[in-house]
Design a protein around this ligand. Structure first.
Ligand code: TYD
Length: 213
């Protein structure tokens, strides 16, 4: 690697392979002598959904409403990102970020009113209030040096999520999430990686980009 990036983010829809690729990349960089650390920047869903089910609701959104859920999720992710940025800066290790602020912006767009809304915004109707607020809160975080977008068909992503066995995602929702990512103003700066193959292929594609920088 010619210019060492300090922060590398991997973003994409559920099942695109972010976690697998990010963990692999952090290990691979460390093995090659670049001190790197993996950070999972989740929004607390593995905690909130089971809690909601224990309280007799379908999931966290059903329990808290979409704005309530968004407030909790965005706050949890904010704390995770603050920790990742602080630790990466203090330890001077390369941070491999499994999700970043962009995921939260895309989630807001995807959940707000589904595919029709996302397409409308992609056509220029951007700037809803919750996204503006979250963007202001997340504005303290630096842009990663490089952000990879793991691109995969919604049907394939849904199959992977189902195979993982923790939860289920509708292909229509994942398609809307993908459209939302692509509608973000930052999307043009992302490096799109074909994530339809094996984890090894994705890892190799990511490393090749980093090696060429
Ligand atoms: C990276 C990658 C993962 N996978 C598999 C591994 C996992 O079982 C599944 C989901 O990957 P996972 O990393 O959990 O996805 P995400 O963090 O984006 O939700 O997909 C592939 O089939 N191909 C790939 O290129």
């Amino acid at each position: 690697m010619r210019m060492r990036p300090q922060m590398i983010a991997l973003v994409g829809v559920d099942g695109s392979g972010k976690t697998t690729a990010a963990k692999w990349l952090a290990q691979e960089l460390s093995a090659a002598g670049t001190r790197a650390r993996y950070f999972e920047n989740g929004g607390g869903r593995p905690l909130i959904d089971p809690l909601a089910r224990r309280l007799g609701r379908r999931d966290g959104r059903h329990l808290l409403g979409w704005r309530g859920y968004l407030a909790v999720e965005a706050s949890i992710r904010w704390i995770a990102l603050a920790r990742a940025v602080a630790l990466s800066t203090l330890t001077r290790r390369v941070a491999v970020l499994d999700r970043y602020a962009y995921c939260q912006y895309a989630l807001i767009r995807a959940r707000d009113d589904g595919l029709a809304g996302a397409i409308g915004r992609a056509a220029g109707n951007a700037g809803r209030q919750p996204e503006r607020l979250v963007r202001r809160l997340y504005g303290v975080f630096p842009r990663p040096d490089v952000t990879f977008y793991l691109a995969v068909e919604a049907d394939e992503a849904a199959r992977r999520v189902a195979a993982r066995g923790r939860d289920l995602e509708e292909p229509a929702y994942l398609a809307s999430f993908d459209v939302s990512y692509r509608s973000l103003p930052e999307f043009a700066s992302f490096i799109v990686v074909d994530a339809s193959g094996s984890a090894k292929e994705v890892g190799a594609a990511v490393l090749a980009v980093l090696a060429g920088r």
